[in-house]
Ligand binder design. Structure first.
Ligand code: TYD
Ligand code: MG
Length: 461
């Protein structure tokens, strides 16, 4: 006998409630609870479940290559057979393109099924043609019924199954519409079981809602092994694939791509893609070397300091933590004698990137002093370093690697925490170690003797 009961699931966060309410008890959103009929079939005991020695349990875990090193990297070294990966992103960002390229590559050595509920088989084929992909063992299936998709994948013993998109498939066993929470959950769970049973790698494409979660429920994220997000800055042709969950590799790995007329191309040396500086260096601008997704990335930071007109001074930070900015302003005041209490302060990480580390402390401090005093930081200078409350410049991780990258990108001077100074000199790069904030500000401008205009009082006399 199977019992059914009704459960209410939030379409925004996936939270559950046993009774209907106006708002979700977990995330507080209004009008998001959807009824889901949960059937509890009597548990059948599986005869096959026997414990295995740990060594044997790993089986043959040879990863497949997606043909794109950047994607393999984010996946932790390639596609794991039997794993389920969710790829989320805005419509039109290139999810179908990326997975079609991967499918064609994998199909060179194993059967692959691309199930498309979004586009017709002809549309997918046309795109493949435009991308110059030819793979005889890649099959396209325009189908939205999950049972059929799994049957076809099973018949072909597919090594890779792509479902484009999870929001368009439906299971006959449920009468809810495709995309409804109950369908998403049921279909994803069914796909996970299929992947594990058949050792088929499954990729699910998921559209992202306005709020940024894979539409709508986060429930999918718990079910799958790996969650990838495809991101892009508006109007940029660069695309970033970020792993936010990965049972088979590190999270926060990044893969960089550029969208071209012939599909997605890997960006093998992404460190400078966000660095589009004005030809003439300007006051308030400086370049830093941050570390995102396990590798160094050069980013321009800008600061604007403007005399406050009225009210309380404004502190606005784009891509950086505003609380940390407030702390830096206090340290500047106390330990470098630079007061910005009467000024509005704006800082910005150019390119729309978000920097989540403390290495931007030092460059931002210098950019602020640069804007205030209208003094230019030399264009060939980079800076990184953390700043402490007592005005000391503290080392950051991977100092040497950051310096090497700066040199590779043609920078000639690096202002770094004293403890990050390399033991051996780096060819072509002058390293200026600093220990305190006042010293750092002095050093940043000492090699730029020309102020832009007859400036206001310099940052520090
Ligand atoms: P697509 O993969 O369909 O996006 P998604 O599946 O995430 O919705 O990509 C669509 C966009 O990519 C579309 O605006 C056109 C662009 N594009 C190119 O610029 N070059 C190409 O070779 C392809 C196939 C698409
Ligand atoms: Mg698509």
């Amino acid at each position: 006998m199977s019992r059914t009961s009704t459960l209410y699931v939030c379409s925004a966060c996936g939270g559950q409630s046993v009774k209907w309410q106006g708002s979700c008890p977990v995330c507080g959103e209004w009008n998001v609870l959807e009824p889901v009929r949960a059937s509890r079939a009597p548990q059948r005991r599986s005869a096959a479940a026997e414990p295995l020695p740990l060594q044997a349990a790993a089986g043959d875990l040879r990863r497949l290559s997606s043909g794109l090193d950047e994607l393999d990297r984010v996946l932790g070294g390639g596609v794991v057979p039997g794993s389920v990966t969710l790829l989320g992103g805005d419509p039109g960002i290139g999810k179908s393109t990326l997975l079609l390229q991967m499918a064609a590559q994998v199909a060179a050595g194993a059967p692959v099924l691309y199930a498309s509920g979004e586009e017709s088989a002809a549309q997918v084929a046309l795109r493949a043609q435009r991308l110059g992909l030819s793979a005889p063992s890649l099959e396209i299936l325009a189908e939205t019924e999950l049972g059929t998709v799994l049957e076809r994948a099973g018949e072909r013993a597919a090594a890779l199954l792509i479902v484009d998109s999870i929001q368009t498939v439906q299971s006959e066993r449920l009468d809810a519409a495709p995309g409804a929470v109950s369908q998403l959950k049921e279909c994803a769970a069914e796909l996970v079981r299929f992947a594990k049973r058949r050792a088929t790698a499954v990729f699910l494409i998921g559209h992202v809602t306005k709020e940024g979660s894979i539409a709508g429920p986060r429930v999918l994220e718990h079910l799958v092994d790996t969650v990838l997000y495809f991101e892009s800055e508006t109007s940029s042709r660069y695309r970033i694939v970020r792993a936010t969950k990965n049972r088979f590799g590190a999270v926060n790995e990044l893969g960089f791509f550029a969208m071209t007329e012939t599909g997605l191309r890997e960006v093998r040396n992404p460190s400078a893609i966000f660095l589009a500086r004005a030809p003439e260096p300007a006051a308030g601008s400086i370049v830093t070397v941050t570390r995102e997704g396990g590798r160094p990335l050069l980013i321009e930071l800008q600061a604007l300091v403007d005399r406050m007109r009225f009210g309380a001074p404004r502190r606005i930070a784009q891509g950086l933590d505003a609380n940390r900015l407030a702390m830096l302003l206090a340290v500047m005041n106390r330990h470098a004698g630079v007061s910005l209490q009467e000024h509005d302060v704006f800082v910005n990480a150019v390119g729309g990137v978000r920097i989540d580390e403390t290495a931007w402390d030092l460059p931002v401090l210098i950019a602020l002093a640069s804007s205030l005093g209208e003094r230019i930081v030399p264009g060939a200078l980079v800076a990184f370093g953390e700043i402490g409350l007592t005005g000391e410049v503290r080392p950051v991780a991977y100092g040497e690697e950051r310096l090497q990258e700066a040199r590779k990108q043609g920078f000639q001077t690096a202002l770094v925490p004293r403890d990050n100074a390399p033991r051996k000199p780096i060819d072509g790069l002058r390293v200026v170690p600093v220990a305190r904030v006042d010293e750092a500000i002095e050093a940043a401008f000492s090699s730029s003797p020309r102020p832009v205009q007859a400036a206001r009082a310099p940052a520090r006399s």
